[in-house]
Write a protein that binds this ligand. Structure first.
Ligand code: XUL
Ligand code: CO
Length: 440
């Protein structure tokens, strides 16, 4: 059966095309540096937003009109699965991602839930045989069900810790079965609401134990995916243990886990943490911890995790600059953890949203590559820090000085010479590159 029968395969038609069902900037075969756009961008569809969720928000019911609405239970799961591969194929997208509960309904107990998962995963494997779309990552939803009311691996209830472990164990088995490139841990309820009833030390220690057990089990079954922590500062909990990349990095180091994980960085989570997207990417990159990206954007006027499709060219350019400097995303990719607005309820909006997101990041990639090739930011930064390449600066960075010598240097200074940061000039250059190279 066809779910999107009025839409054909989306092709690249160039920046002048007026066809809404065409890529204007994303040309999968175009070489950027030494990789094709498809290889560089590694786009993924988020199953939950595109196939599963219905557009409900804390104030209103679902609005989405979907061709699979008439089904329920396992029939609904099967219909969504069939629709998903039609969607991936028509969008020509290389990857997808899912939580366990996105693809199969929970049963009345864990055994039944696992049986449902087995059925769908078996079918999914068959679809994947005839498809170019691969699994970027899967994960366990350990936050929606009421059993996770006090957390999952950081719950006060040991039974919930065990239940969460069982779900991740199953997730790792599924990831192996489907050849997932990565496995994601987003600690939706791994945090706390109030310290008044919370043993913070035990919760964090347990979370550390949980991650070690996951690493051990993946090794035991020979699942070699890259493990990713997805930081988020709040929502649903008030305080989350993986607040941002820096906090997550410190956590991993505290618990001896830093060699087993990288980060999956989401733009909207960065904003919620009071950072820019590029800050989080840079922090991860310079610490060799950049693994993958959840490409979306927030609404600064609302301030919550609105998970909008990315359309901000400036932000996408600065994000892709970090990806290029990282030498690409390796086994990671750009997963659209993004949903169409509640008012964009027709199935065709799913295509418009993804086309727009893919074109946005294609422009970001092209412009960032040109900035990189022309060493626009490199030259500015090299020049700005040149005091550390000679004299006292070189002594500082090569560890050849101490407070005595530095005091002596400072006492003998006649005058400190500053140079302008030239921020306005830099921004004008970035605008010039955006306008000039977006469509090349
Ligand atoms: C929630 C979020 C999740 C993770 C996977 O804000 O981003 O969907 O990406 O659990
Ligand atoms: Co996400």
């Amino acid at each position: 059966m066809s779910y999107f029968n009025n839409i054909d395969k989306i092709k690249f038609e160039g920046s002048k095309s007026t066809n809404p069902y065409a890529f204007k900037f994303y040309n999968p075969e175009q070489k950027i540096g030494n990789q094709t756009m498809e290889e560089y961008l590694r786009f993924g569809v988020a199953y939950w937003h595109t196939l599963t969720m219905d557009g409900s928000d804390p104030f209103g019911a679902g609005t989405m009109v979907r061709p699979w609405d008439k089904f329920s239970g396992m029939d609904l799961a099967k219909a969504r699965l069939e629709a998903s591969f039609e969607f991936f194929e028509k969008l020509n997208v290389p990857f997808f991602c899912f939580h366990d509960v996105d693809i199969a309904p929970e049963g009345s107990n864990l055994r039944e839930t696992n049986q449902n998962l087995d059925t769908i995963v078996g079918l999914m494997k068959d679809y994947m045989k005839d498809s170019n779309t691969k699994l970027l990552w899967n994960t366990a939803n350990n936050f929606t069900h009421p059993r996770f009311v006090h957390g999952a691996a950081s719950s006060n209830e040991a039974d919930v810790f065990a239940y969460s472990a069982a779900k991740v164990k199953k997730g790792l088995e599924i990831g192996k079965e489907l050849g997932a490139e990565n496995y994601v841990f987003w600690g939706g309820r791994e945090g706390y609401e109030t310290l008044l009833n919370t043993d913070m030390k035990l919760e964090m220690d347990n979370l550390g134990r949980f991650f070690h057990m996951a690493v051990d089990y993946a090794k035991e079954i020979g699942f070699d995916a890259q493990f990713l922590i997805e930081p988020k500062p709040k929502e649903p909990t008030t305080h989350q243990y993986d607040f941002d990349v820096a906090t997550g990095h410190a956590f991993l180091q505290n618990y001896g886990l830093q060699d087993h994980f990288k980060f999956n960085i989401e733009a909207n989570h960065a904003t919620l943490a009071g950072h820019t997207f590029e800050h989080e990417l840079r922090y991860a990159r310079v610490n060799n911890m950049l693994g993958s990206v959840d490409a979306n954007q927030g609404d600064p006027l609302l301030g919550w995790d609105t998970d909008e499709f990315p359309a901000d060219l400036y932000s996408a350019t600065l994000a892709m600059y970090e990806v290029i400097k990282n030498g690409g995303l390796g086994r990671g990719g750009l997963n659209f953890d993004a949903k169409v607005r509640r008012g964009s309820f027709e199935p065709e909006d799913l295509f418009h949203a993804h086309i727009s997101g893919m074109d946005t990041f294609a422009i970001g990639l092209k412009v960032a590559q040109k900035l990189y090739d022309d060493k626009v930011l490199e030259d500015i930064i090299d020049n700005r820090y040149k005091s550390f390449t000679e004299g006292v600066g070189l002594d500082i960075v090569s560890g050849k000085t101490d407070f005595h010598k530095l005091e002596n240097h400072a006492l003998n200074l006649q005058q400190i010479k500053h140079q302008s940061g030239r921020l306005e000039k830099i921004k004008a250059t970035i605008n010039q590159y955006l306008i000039t190279y977006a469509a090349e």
